[in-house]
Every structure is written in structure tokens, then in C-alpha cells.
Design a protein around this ligand. Structure first.
Ligand SMILES: N[C@@H](CCC(=O)N[C@@H](CS)C(=O)NCC(=O)O)C(=O)O
Length: 235
């Protein structure tokens, strides 16, 4: 299997959707790799030396050379292993531009307020971040319609890079719905997206890689409690 025998190594952390993106991409391409779980509270020399700028996961190490930033890694995998498995990026330049637009939207408009939900210091901050996250999710229904053209995935008949980027968030969509007491991808408001999420969850790669939802909920509650406690000691 391509990628084996130490060719590919992934430095990750189980809860990170950015790491999940890369794992999904490697799985879908049919690449094997060694996974190294990182303790972000006590970063390894491997992480610090391979991502000295951001000191963050994921890092993909290919033949000893590190590649950092999940979206950069996704594109690298697609180019470096162009002859292995399906293409993740559209071949057509216009479709590629549309896919990149939605990936930027997911990162900047959705993931950014979402991250603040878990890091908020007060209930008010958390409620506002949650409101912005739910508002940002609404536009994805139109994004799916535009990219899929009535087919099953953002990538059309098969999974593409937008599916991977949004798909890496599926366990966190479910965990957030538990925490908020309301569905983030509400089937009544976003029928296409809700059906897409079910379909994506059924893929072998998703089953192999996506986080357990209860574990994600527990982790989110721990993060929220830690940040709230930190806020009360600094007030
Ligand atoms: N833009 C980066 C974000 C990566 C990121 O934020 N990783 C987090 C884990 S989810 C991390 O390693 N943070 C470093 C830390 O917590 O010190 C990417 O797309 O790869």
C-alpha cells in the first residue's frame, strides 16, 4: 500500500478536526501512514522541529520532510499522490475555485466562531459565539446545492475536498447539537445538508476516522469548564 514503510507519518491529536481532515484524505486516497498522537500540553521535539512556526497539529511528514497546515497538506496529498486513489480537488479550474471558496468559508466564517464556543470565558460570550456558528451554518445548504448539482456529495458523485473539510467536523456538529440542545444542521431548515451528513457518516473512511461523539461532548465540557474557571480566577 502506498505511503507505508515509514514513507508517511502524521503527527496529530484525536480531537482536532484539522487532523481529521488529513486522516480522511489519506484514507480516501488509500494511503497508509504511521499515526503519532501528540500531547499538546507537552509538545514533542518532533512537533516543535517539524512545525516551528505554529507548533500545531497536523503535520504530515513525507520521506522525512514536514508539511504543515491542514488545507496545504490536503492539496499536497492530492498532488504528491496524483496516481493513487481518487482526485480530491476538481480538475476544472472554475469548480476548483468554487470548492476553495467554500473551504475558506468553512474555515473563516464557521470554524472561527465555533472555536470561540469552546473557549468562551462567560456564558454571554458562549451564547454569542453559538449564535454566530448557527448563522454561519445556514449558508452551507446553498453551498452544497451549488457544488453537488443535485448529486450526493459536494464533490458530485464522489467525495471531494469540501466533503473532507466539512466532513471532518461531523462529530463536532453532533457534539455541538448536544451542547446547544438544537441541531446545528437542522433537517427542517437544511434538508440537503442533514442528508449529506448521514451519507458522509456511512463512508468507511468516516467510520474509521471520525471521533466518538460522547467523547467529543465530554472533551468540550472539560474545555468549557477549564476556560470558565480560568476566567473566574482572573476577574
Ligand atoms: N490552521 C491550522 C490549525 C491547526 C490547529 O489549530 N491545531 C490545533 C489543534 S486543533 C493545535 O495544534 N494547537 C496548538 C496548541 O494547542 O498549542 C490547520 O489548518 O492545520
Amino acid at each position: 500500500m502506498a505511503g507505508g514503510n515509514g514513507e508517511l507519518k502524521l503527527v496529530g491529536q484525536w480531537a482536532s478536526p484539522f487532523v481529521t481532515r488529513v486522516r480522511l484524505a489519506l484514507d480516501l486516497k488509500g494511503l497508509s501512514y504511521e499515526y503519532v498522537e501528540e500531547d499538546l500540553k507537552n509538545k514533542s521535539d518532533l512537533l516543535l522541529s517539524s512545525n516551528p512556526v505554529h507548533k500545531a497539529v497536523p503535520v504530515l511528514i513525507h520521506h522525512g520532510k514536514p508539511v504543515c497546515e491542514s488545507w496545504v497538506i490536503l492539496q499536497y496529498i492530492d498532488e504528491a499522490f496524483a496516481g493513487t486513489g481518487p482526485s480530491l480537488l476538481p480538475a476544472d479550474p472554475y469548480e476548483g475555485a468554487i470548492a476553495r471558496f467554500w473551504i475558506a468559508y468553512i474555515d473563516n466564517q464557521l470554524a472561527a466562531p465555533w472555536d470561540r464556543v469552546f473557549r468562551a470565558k462567560t456564558d454571554e460570550e458562549r451564547a454569542e459565539a453559538m449564535r454566530q456558528t448557527f448563522a454561519a451554518a445556514d449558508a452551507l445548504e446553498g453551498g452544497l446545492k451549488e457544488c453537488s448539482k443535485g448529486k450526493d456529495f459536494f464533490g458530485g458523485d464522489s467525495v471531494g475536498c469540501v466533503d473532507i473539510v466539512l466532513g471532518s467536523l461531523v462529530s463536532w456538529v453532533k457534539a455541538t447539537s448536544v451542547l446547544a440542545g438544537a441541531e446545528l444542521f437542522d433537517a427542517a431548515k437544511m434538508p440537503l445538508l442533514a442528508a449529506w451528513m448521514e451519507r458522509f457518516g456511512e463512508l468507511d473512511a468516516a467510520k474509521a476516522v471520525l471521533q466518538d461523539v460522547d467523547r467529543a461532548v465530554e472533551y468540550a465540557r472539560m474545555l468549557q469548564a477549564k476556560n470558565a474557571a480560568r476566567a473566574s480566577t482572573t476577574n
